[in-house]
Each structure stands twice: as structure tokens, then as C-alpha cells.
Design a protein around this ligand. Structure first.
Ligand code: SF4
Ligand code: FES
Length: 242
């Protein structure tokens, strides 16, 4: 264990943790849109910037990437941090003015308008969906492609990706609900926030006991193969198995 100071409070932390995790463990709020404990940090949104003092030098760092150190002094609300955060929030608000999650966070941070040109994007490019697909599910069906203003989440050739199993992890992890997921009847439809991509459809498996459609067949085949189970293991839904 090591000791550092956050906003004037001495806190204990395990070595290897990053500032954001330790702040959260201690009930100290730092805004963050591209961080999730289940995937590797990426440092995309820059909302989690804090000011640190190390060997007498002050500087801004992304708290989701910066590992804690003995004696580190962290401040989460200095003028520099607040101004930086405000500008980032204004940029996000200009990029995605219609997203409720962006509006809510902006208002929480005291930002109610933006001086930047308004766009109507649905995705903040946090990369969480891409990392979840690769690191948690293990299929890498989508990626962040292109540079600058053309940066976007996409599948190869913008087509329904073969590798996608329809699990919906991308939709569940997206912090701004940019990915649509709808189960109607025997079909799951996933809609990516990329106008060049068509909706992706998956056939859902029907429970042989209660008749409910409960998971994409492709996802169940993938799990069966990975776990070395017979496909029939998934004939019954989890509710009927109890
Ligand atoms: S779709 Fe959602 S999770 Fe994926 S990059 Fe865009 S905002 Fe992030
Ligand atoms: S949460 Fe740290 S850069 Fe996004």
C-alpha cells in the first residue's frame, strides 16, 4: 500500500492502480466517459484530467492512465482542471448536442452552451465498444477507423461483420447509448452510430421449454465452441434451468 493526497486528503492505495480508480474508491468524483474497469484504459475523452504535483512540478495528466505513486499530490478541481474540462465538455456538446448523456454531464459540470460549431454526431469516439468487443468478447468485430474529423466506429467495409456474434456488449458498455439494440420476436437488431453501416440482424434462440426468445443463436454457438459444450446445452433458457 502507498499513500498519496487527493484534494488535500491522505488516501491509501494499492500499487498499480490509477488515480481515477483510487479517487472513486474514496468517493472523490472525477468525470470520465471513456473509462471502464473491465477494459484497458485508453485516454480518449480527456475529461478525467487532474493536476498533479511531482518533485515540485505541477502538470495535467489523464487520471485514468496515470498510476498512483507514494507521496503524489493530486488536485481534481484547480482552475486549470476546471477550465480544461469545460472546454472538452463544450467540444463534446458541439459534437453530440442531442445525446442525453452528454447533455446531462455537461449540465453537471456547469456547461449549458458551447461556442463551437454544432454537429449532429451520435458517437463520442470513446472506443469502449471496440475495446469490449476485443478484450471482453474476443471477436474484434468493430474498430475505430480513419483520422481527424472522419474518425468513426466501423466494421470492415462498413458491412455486417462476420465476426459479430450479436452479444450486444458494445451497446451495454457505450456511455452515451449511441448503439441501438432491440429484440423483437425472434430477431435482435443492432444499430451502430455510423450512417454508412446497415442495421445488423441476428436470429434469436427459442427456449424449448417456455418458448421465449432469449439469446442470439450465433452468440450461443460461439460460447458452446469456446467452452466445449454441445449446442443442445442451450436449448433451455436460464430461467427454465433453475
Ligand atoms: S459507439 Fe459508444 S462506446 Fe463506441 S466509441 Fe462511440 S460512444 Fe464510445
Ligand atoms: S476517462 Fe480518462 S481520458 Fe477518458
Amino acid at each position: 500500500m502507498l499513500t498519496l493526497t487527493i484534494d488535500g486528503r491522505d488516501v491509501q492505495a494499492e500499487e498499480g492502480k490509477v488515480i481515477l480508480e483510487v479517487a472513486r474508491d474514496n468517493g472523490i468524483y472525477i468525470p470520465a466517459l471513456c473509462y471502464h474497469e473491465e477494459v484497458a484504459p485508453y485516454g480518449a475523452c480527456r475529461l478525467c484530467m487532474v493536476e498533479i504535483t511531482r518533485r515540485g512540478r505541477r502538470r495535467l495528466v489523464a487520471s485514468c492512465l496515470y498510476p498512483v505513486e507514494e507521496g503524489l499530490v493530486v488536485e481534481t478541481n484547480t482552475e486549470r482542471v476546471v477550465n480544461d474540462r469545460r472546454t472538452i465538455m463544450e467540444l463534446l456538446l458541439a459534437r453530440c448536442p442531442d445525446l442525453a448523456a452528454v447533455q446531462d454531464l455537461a449540465s453537471k459540470l456547469g456547461v449549458d452552451k458551447t461556442p463551437f460549431r454544432l454537429e449532429d454526431k451520435k458517437c463520442i469516439l470513446c472506443g469502449l465498444c471496440v475495446r469490449a468487443c476485443e478484450e471482453v468478447v474476443g471477436v474484434s468485430a468493430i474498430s475505430l477507423v480513419n483520422r481527424g474529423t472522419n474518425r468513426q466506429v466501423a466494421s470492415p467495409f462498413y458491412e455486417a461483420p462476420d465476426a459479430c456474434i450479436g452479444c450486444g456488449s458494445c451497446a451495454y458498455i457505450c456511455p452515451v447509448d449511441a448503439i441501438g439494440l432491440e429484440d423483437i420476436g425472434d430477431t435482435r437488431t443492432i444499430t451502430m452510430p455510423n450512417p454508412r453501416m446497415q442495421k445488423i440482424e441476428f436470429k434469436l434462440k427459442k427456449c424449448s421449454k417456455c418458448g421465449k426468445y432469449w439469446a442470439p443463436e450465433k452468440q450461443l454457438d460461439y460460447i458452446a465452441k469456446k467452452a466445449g459444450l454441445a449446442p443442445e446445452e442451450f436449448d433451455i433458457c436460464p430461467d427454465c434451468r433453475d
